[in-house]
Structure formats: structure tokens, C-alpha cells
Design a protein around this ligand. Structure first.
Ligand code: IMP
Ligand code: MG
Length: 180
């Protein structure tokens, strides 16, 4: 695999599509065991989580449904700090188990804001699945229940993660080459 360039920034290979697929399968198996017979609602946080949520959902071996919300806090490679909920949840979650699916938890602001809104809807249970987790960047007090990969606080693209809307369709995950 070679480096890729977006907006004049160079990124190097970090996590391969094979590693992603293996880990997603493992998490899907865990969620299947935990929620079998309870018809969980899988809530995909758009835009970045759509490939992860799709692969995770298709690997669940139990009854489950999927729904989508859209949140945004990033501009360029920095978290803007302000979380805007663009599209809300239309499905009723009251009394249901919910698994929130994120691409990455960085400062945790996006997830903390969404979890507060979600709790107000009184689901039976909330679990959080994130493909990537940057614990060193975490500001909010939260612990994801399912983590694909714990990574250092570096900027990542690919498999849904973007740089200003670009690079979401890379099959592998790349990290910003800070020497470039
Ligand atoms: P947080 O609110 O700071 O936790 O940021 C979460 C959101 O910011 C994620 O859902 C991503 O959309 C975006 N984000 C955080 N880190 C990265 C990154 O390294 N690359 C691309 N997007 C990121
Ligand atoms: Mg996201």
C-alpha cells in the first residue's frame, strides 16, 4: 500500500481492510450474543459511521433493526467543539435496547451530546460501539462498550472517515503523516 494525498496532506497506511473486516466480525459476534432475542436498534451516526455500521449490521446473526442520525462537530482536521444534530432519530426507542455506532470517538463531545439526547427518549439500554477510539483526546466522561481499535491522537481517514468530505471511500484506514 502506498501513501495518499488530500488537500496537500500526505497519509500513510495504518489499518488494512482485512484487519477491519476481522475486527468488525468479532464485534458483531459479541453484539449478537449480548442482544439475541431482544431486537436491538442499531443507530448509525452519519456520515462517517456508515461503512462500519453497514458491515456490523450485516454480520449480526440475530433480529435487529437499523436507524440513522446525523451529527457533526469537525471542520478540517480539528474538532470544532460545537456539536450540531442535523438529522434526528425518527424511530421510537422507548423501552428498546439501542447500540449507537460511531466511526471514531475523539474528544467524545459528539457522543456525549447524542447520548444525553438519547437517554431522554428512555431506551431500555444504551451501548456504544466505535470502530476507533482515541483515549488521549477524550474530554467527556464516557467509556465505549465495543471498540474496534484504540489508536493514538492522530488524524485518520478512510473507511468512512473523511478530510472535509474526501477519502471516505478508501477501503483501508490511513493516518496523517506528520513528517510531511
Ligand atoms: P468528537 O466529538 O471530538 O469525539 O469527534 C467525533 C467526530 O469527529 C467523529 O464522529 C468523526 O466524524 C470526527 N473525527 C474525529 N477524529 C477524526 C479523525 O481522526 N478523522 C476524521 N474524522 C474524525
Ligand atoms: Mg462520526
Amino acid at each position: 500500500m502506498k501513501t495518499v494525498t488530500y488537500n496537500g496532506l500526505t497519509f500513510k497506511p495504518f489499518i488494512t481492510s482485512d484487519q477491519i473486516a476481522k475486527r468488525v466480525g468479532e464485534i458483531a459476534a459479541e453484539i449478537t450474543e449480548a442482544f439475541r432475542g431482544r431486537n436491538p436498534l442499531i443507530v448509525c451516526v452519519l456520515n462517517g459511521a456508515f461503512p462500519f455500521a453497514s458491515d456490523l449490521f450485516m454480520n449480526l446473526d440475530c433480529d435487529a433493526q437499523i436507524a440513522f442520525v446525523r451529527l457533526q462537530s469537525y471542520a478540517g482536521t480539528e474538532s470544532s467543539g460545537e456539536v450540531r444534530q442535523v438529522v434526528g432519530l425518527t424511530e421510537s426507542v422507548k423501552g428498546r435496547p439501542v447500540v449507537v455506532v460511531e466511526d471514531i470517538i475523539d474528544t467524545g463531545r459528539t457522543m456525549a451530546k447524542f447520548l444525553a439526547d438519547l437517554r431522554a427518549e428512555e431506551p431500555a439500554e444504551i451501548k456504544v460501539a466505535t470502530l476507533l477510539f482515541k483515549p488521549d483526546a477524550l474530554i467527556e466522561k464516557l467509556t465505549p462498550d465495543y471498540v474496534g481499535f484504540t489508536i493514538p491522537s492522530k488524524f485518520i481517514i478512510g473507511y468512512g472517515l473523511d478530510l472535509d468530505g474526501q477519502a471516505r471511500n478508501l477501503k483501508d484506514i490511513y493516518v496523517l503523516n506528520q513528517e510531511s
